[in-house]
Design a protein around this ligand. Sequence first.
Ligand SMILES: Cc1cc2nc3c(=O)[nH]c(=O)nc-3n(C[C@H](O)[C@H](O)[C@H](O)COP(=O)(O)OP(=O)(O)OC[C@H]3O[C@@H](n4cnc5c(N)ncnc54)[C@H](O)[C@@H]3O)c2cc1C
Length: 426
Amino acid sequence: MYVVRMCGKATHEEIIVVGGGVIGLSISIFLSRKGYRVMVIERNKVGCEASSKNAGLVVPAMYSPYPLSIDYIKVMRMMTSKASPVKISPVRMGCRWIRHILGNRRRLARDARWKSLRRKGREAIEIIRGLVREMDIDCRYREGSILEIYTDRDYLSEAVKHAEEVEADGLRIEILDGDELREIEPSLSTSVIGGLRYVYDASLDPQAYIAGLKKLAVEEGIKIIEGIEVLGFNEDSSVRVFSRKGVFESDYLVLANGPWIRDLLNRTGYDIMIHPARGYILTLKVKNSDTLKYSLMVEEAKVVALPLGGTIRLAGIMDFVGYDTRIPHGRLEKLLTRVYSQVPILKDLEIISMETAFRPCTPDELPVIGYLPGSDKVLVAGGHCRFGLTFSGLTGLLVSQLIAGEETVIDIGIFSPSRLMTGSNM
Ligand SMILES: Cc1cc2nc3c(=O)[nH]c(=O)nc-3n(C[C@H](O)[C@H](O)[C@H](O)COP(=O)(O)OP(=O)(O)OC[C@H]3O[C@@H](n4cnc5c(N)ncnc54)[C@H](O)[C@@H]3O)c2cc1C
């Protein structure tokens, strides 16, 4: 083993960020712009997990933590139904996880501080728009480009209620009937009775966005090391980060390695409730790049159709089944049938790939942003679940403000890691 002082002789404070996903890259750029020297350590290639495979929606207006929309009956249905877009395996997840979701339902209903994320939604979008403008890579960034569609009257009326709440938080959603929707997106079938248009929110190509962030980071002088897995760390006057290729030393350490934050913390005597939620990503080949004009959220199947020029990406569905990469073809087909009945044009397109990816989820669907209990050098930034891309820029800003000792733009007390932690180090 050898010790590497991160960037030669330390003249500035130095920070190691573990994980080159959208969260780690965004944090590194914000820290670098505050004058810190930053190194990102990624075990594989940057963005290789959910960060480049997601549905590409920057949608603070959709944000409402899932415990609020779940109750005992829904949980039972999700555990038993073969066609549910959300699956919870009690064997893989344990009863503690389900108890926590239901407990958080009660807590979040009383404590509206979670809305601070949605209320900062315009800023979350502006940050991403600003970063996209700096990139000389076409990320297909478009605002006002997302429609959420419904065939069921009860679901639609819940969505309309949500839209009204969101307006109060400073974002805008238009409510459209079926004909109005078909006028702007002719690919929709007559089974669609209505839906929403997200006016301020945006969509982009996640893979291009990651490539753009990587390029910006390199131009900033951020060191990105790929192919090194961080195996553990300890801290006293500095932080030491262990890997098979050696020991790295820095002043601060930010754990931004998605659902694997839990595995890394387990090795240092902590446990944190961040779990993987599997999603699916299908790539469809299109002849005509105009096949879809809008990105479509087919809410009843929890699938997004994202147009990407020569292809359309179908991404979504939430399975709490651990790190299982098997694709349940039968169930997927049932859910796709629902999608095709609303957007028939997709049915005839060739599926050229099928993948899985894991969202990093907490039982209250609030991210974890803050120092580990008892530490003033090691921070956690993750657990954004369905909204990691959406709040990535805002998270970068918050972490940089926290390390710089500045007032944060949101009171981050509600994101504290300690709310989800147990362990011998606590
Ligand atoms: C199907 C699907 C659709 C989605 N759609 C959207 C959407 O439309 N909008 C939205 O906002 N969000 C969406 N999300 C969620 C979003 O993709 C995630 O919240 C986000 O990518 C999480 O980013 P991250 O950087 O925290 O984690 P990740 O992307 O998982 O990155 C973590 C990185 O850490 C690396 N790593 C892990 N362990 C180590 C280690 N020990 N040492 C070094 N490196 C390590 C991994 O290789 C990985 O590259 C979607 C997710 C899925 C699966």
